[in-house]
Write a protein that binds this ligand. Structure first.
Ligand code: ATP
Ligand code: MG
Length: 412
């Protein structure tokens, strides 16, 4: 049996008391059956959206045209969707037209994969029309119905198949897999935002190396040429190994993926993927500085923190650790010195941050207005503060107003 949370159960009971059918459906059923914690609990019902709205006090019309009403229970929203039959998905996201239905089977039939097409409630138990349970137990991602037809309706499903395989560690059914290969070119109809959503989920999964499937099915060939070339040539194995050692953040996973690329090419592809600017810039910077070695001295680490940013340096060190671990795995040779170097930099970083050493102009014991009072004006002020900062990062003892004023004459 599936343990439905109280709020979701209350929604089911309210709909049933009104004479409607209602089930939890899709991802939450799949995840519950394999002992994963569901992200959200979606509900499918024979009730029409207007009827759902009348039954609950607080609702939001999130996708009312497509039959979805969000029912608010406390702070949590539950998507309640009317049984439906979908028309084409020209935008790869929402079907152009939907038809409501009175049959649960119709609703299950429109869903992408057998493991996502199961419904459950306490009165009927599991409703599984397409042997989702068998595929779930065997670890198979398989389309509901004819794979080519399903990918023709919605090309994003090709990425979703690989995404679920990576999240669950599943294989992809042969027909489903060969249909992806046959229809890979149609992925170019899907928006880059939807593509990066799925790619991000693959990279953040327990099996980030399954990105190889994107390339084996030729999906990357049409939309992600840089990634495609990395994963089809000699850089492939080291990239996949690196991905398996990457830290648990999107920055680090993307940086591992593009580590073997030229930083400018990586940057262009991250932009094409329409990732947010922060991710684009951080990942590009990690790739660019991947091989940078910082001197094992406090001044050098302070300079690095100042130059690259306080939050960035730990990311870069984590990335370099992954690179070392991946190389060790590939070559079978322990890189003790390289590991020790990163450890030293990390330790110096911790000490500098803990002490609150001066690493930026605002940490100086003197300010722009102090310099103005001394009669300085224009760009000289910024230049002077900058020179002082570098002197203080070299020797923190000098960060004292009088000392800094005393050195004014000696500065350029
Ligand atoms: P996640 O844990 O990522 O939320 P999920 O299975 O809940 O996984 P969603 O994208 O939230 O996936 O979709 C919820 C359900 O809606 C799916 O389980 C599936 O039944 C159906 N679904 C979602 N997108 C599609 C699609 N493009 N084509 C067909 N069915 C879909
Ligand atoms: Mg979901």
């Amino acid at each position: 049996t599936i343990n439905i949370p109280t709020d979701a159960q209350e929604i089911l009971s309210t709909l049933e008391a009104d004479g409607r059918q209602a089930y939890v459906v899709g991802g939450c059923v799949r995840d519950s059956l394999i002992g994963r914690t569901p992200g959200d609990w979606d509900i499918t019902t024979s009730a029409l959206p207007m009827q759902v709205k009348q039954l609950f006090r607080r609702t939001v019309d999130t996708g009312i045209k497509h039959g979805t009403v969000t029912v608010m229970m406390g702070d949590t929203g539950y998507e309640v969707t009317t049984y439906r039959i979908d028309g084409n998905y020209a935008d790869g996201r929402h079907p152009d037209s939907v038809e409501f239905s009175a049959n649960l089977r119709d609703d299950l039939k429109r869903r992408d994969f057998t493991i996502n097409a199961m419904a459950y409630n306490n009165s009927d138990g599991l409703v599984d029309e397409f042997n989702g349970i068998g595929d779930l137990q065997a670890g198979i991602v398989r389309c509901v119905g004819d794979a080519r037809e399903r990918f023709t309706e919605d090309a994003l499903r090709m990425m979703r198949a690989i995404r679920f395989s990576a999240q669950l560690g599943f294989i992809i059914d042969e027909d489903t897999y060969s249909a992806i290969g046959a229809m890979a070119d149609t992925i170019s109809k899907v928006s880059m935002e939807r593509i990066h959503d799925e790619l991000g989920k693959i990279l953040m999964s327990d099996h980030p190396d399954y990105v190889k499937r994107l390339c084996d099915t030729r999906l990357t060939q049409y939309v992600l040429p840089v990634m495609d070339s990395i994963l089809t040539d000699r850089r492939c194995n080291s990239t996949l190994t690196l991905l398996m050692h990457a830290g648990n953040s999107p920055y680090l996973r993307y940086a591992a993926l593009y580590n073997a690329a030229d930083a400018d090419n990586a940057n262009a592809e991250l932009k094409a993927l329409k990732l947010d600017n922060n991710t684009i810039n951080t990942v590009t910077k990690i790739v660019r500085l991947s091989k940078t070695s910082i001197d094992e001295t406090e001044p050098a680490v302070r300079e690095a923190i100042h130059m690259y940013g306080r939050d960035f340096l730990p990311l870069l060190m984590r990335h370099q650790t992954s690179v070392i671990a991946a190389k060790e795995e590939t070559t079978g040779i322990m890189m003790t010195a390289a590991r020790k170097h990163v450890e030293v930099i990390n330790r110096l970083y911790e000490e500098i941050i803990k002490r609150g050493d001066c690493i930026s102009i605002k940490d100086l014991d003197i300010s722009g207005s102090d310099l103005m009072e001394l009669g300085m004006s224009g760009p000289r002020i910024g230049e002077t503060l900058n020179s002082m900062l570098h002197i203080v990062m070299e020797n923190p003892k000098l960060n004292d107003k009088e000392t800094l004023i005393a050195m004014l004459g000696t500065l350029e």
